[in-house]
Ligand binder design. Structure first.
Ligand code: G3P
Length: 496
């Protein structure tokens, strides 16, 4: 407890020359749990130099060997799930069962597989196929040309990938960047979120144990406000993969747009939050809807980019729906992550204050509270807000907490209009038994993914995952990630 952890660079664990550390506050106790190194800009420079040197060698390492190492790291990660999960419980108050889920995916149908470890193995398998294939083009298919040019194109790495995962998935959303980067022949510099750093360092240790070359992976800890811009604007970086969580950001104020402006001419992939709407039609199976709303809206206390963030329900079935959801919500346990409660403290006091601000605004403007609003420290009891209207902040803003607004609608058109008026466009759901309606509505909503008869979710991790509008740029998912971290190089053979 209250240990000081070193950062990882050039294959070694190091103390920062700054002599300073950053404390990680446990959201439950609100006391310092761990400390990590406050790395300096000079240390960032050294990491980038080592990453470049290692990457040159790595790009020449046979693909099958890269894959072999990733499989090894996956195994070690699976073996070490318990200490990593323990950090997640302490650093980000993830309930113990969900903390293991981040490494082990125990979903609604109880997948007994190790999520992050399997993500790595799957990445290695896809990588050998995607990267093991090139293309041959013949010149005479283009008008005016003879068959005297043969173009051989293949995928090459970008160089150094900078990965910045969010606090809510510091392991899984790091691994989802590390795996594709490495299989494609890149090196990877990880800047974990402050809360989540220690879990990330433990995860990086698994890569260290797997025996990756020195400098190929590094993990720099410190304050985003001090080294954030320096890293995103670093000339050594060839690709940035960034995820925000709620209203938090890496540098303490930057939006995705600000990062993209600073980053320069390099590929970017960003996941920047959402206001995922669930549209419920009259013919929907309301028991199925209620189960999905409670799971989708309140798991990890609503701190998921893909959490259900607004319900748009037809007025005629709204009362029955609210009754069913309330009955399920009454069964949610509220307390500490150690006790495996469903609802645990949100990440920080400022987050709890932000959530409370949204709730109070809705109260003043006449929303109906289905439960009593209750808060103790960072712990907020789950709340369903009925009769929410468009003039309330919670109709549009992302709480990143266990509070969910319900807007009663009179037509499908109204629902689509609400979704498309949002700045966000990550995911959305439609609940109906009429597949034609589901497809038509799904088509009309401006979101990266629409789920039919299920709450939004990123996984399985090989599915494409992307946001439109302010929800992001680029696409995740294993295949998309591998492709995104490569570029095409051609060799043209010219015959006389
Ligand atoms: O908030 C992170 C986002 O990627 C959600 O992932 O698996 O909870 O849908 P998941």
């Amino acid at each position: 407890e209250n240990q000081v952890f070193k950062y990882y660079a050039e294959g070694e664990w190091k103390k920062s020359a700054s002599g300073k550390t950053v404390s990680i506050v446990n959201p439950t106790t609100r006391k310092t749990q761990y400390n990590v190194q406050a790395c300096t800009q000079e240390e960032v420079n050294k990491v980038m130099e080592a990453a470049k040197a290692a990457q040159r060698q790595w790009a020449r390492t046979p693909l099958w060997k890269r894959a072999e190492l990733l499989h090894k790291a996956a195994e070690i990660l699976k073996e070490n799930k318990d200490p990593i999960a323990e950090c997640l419980v302490k650093e980000i108050a993830k309930p113990a069962k969900d903390a293991v889920t981040e490494i082990i995916y125990v979903g609604a149908v109880d997948f007994k597989v190790v999520r992050s470890g399997d993500l790595l193995s799957y990445t290695a398998e896809e990588g050998v196929r995607i990267l093991g294939e090139g293309k041959l083009l013949l010149s005479d298919s283009f008008p005016g040309n003879e068959r005297n040019k043969y173009c051989l194109s293949s995928k090459i790495p970008l160089g150094i990938v900078l990965a910045i995962p969010p606090f809510n998935y510091p392991v899984n959303l790091a691994v989802s960047k590390i795996g594709p980067a490495l299989i494609a022949g890149n090196s990877l510099v990880l800047k974990p979120p402050t809360q989540g750093s220690v879990a990330a360092l433990h995860m990086v240790h698994c890569f260290h144990l797997a025996g990756f070359p020195k400098g190929l992976i590094s993990c720099i800890t410190g304050k985003g406000s001090e080294i954030g811009d320096f890293m995103t604007m670093h000339p050594g970086v060839n690709c940035i993969r960034y995820c925000a969580a709620g209203h938090y950001s890496f540098t303490g104020g930057d939006t995705g747009i600000a990062i993209s402006k600073k980053a320069g001419m390099i590929p970017l992939q960003m996941e920047l939050g959402g206001k995922d709407a669930c549209i419920v039609l009259e013919d929907a199976d309301l028991d199925l809807v209620a189960t999905n709303i409670v799971q989708g809206g309140y798991s990890y206390s609503g701190q998921r980019c893909t959490a259900v963030k607004v319900v748009l329900i037809m007025e005629s079935v709204a009362d029955e729906f609210v009754e069913k959801v309330n009955a399920k919500m009454a069964k949610l346990s509220v307390g500490t992550p150690e006790e495996n409660c469903d609802i645990t403290p949100v990440i920080s006091e400022s987050s709890a204050n932000f959530i409370e601000g949204l709730v109070m605004d809705a109260k003043e403007k006449g929303a109906t509270f289905c439960q009593e609003y209750k808060r103790e420290g960072n712990l907020i009891w789950p709340l369903l807000l009925d009769h929410v209207r468009a003039n309330m902040r919670i109709a549009w803003e992302e709480p990143f907490g266990p509070v969910l607004p319900v807007i009663r609608i009179r037509s499908v058109k109204e629902a689509i209009h609400h979704c498309n008026a949002s700045n966000f466009g990550l995911q959305g759901s439609v609940f109906t038994k009429d597949i034609n309606k589901a497809i038509t509505i799904g088509d009309a909503i401006e979101s990266g993914t629409i789920q039919i008869n299920s709450a939004p979710a990123r996984g399985p991790d090989h599915f494409p995952f992307q946001g439109l509008k302010d929800s992001g740029i680029g696409s995740q998912g294993i295949v998309n990630s591998i492709n995104m971290m490569t570029k095409i190089k051609s060799l043209v053979i010219n015959l006389p």
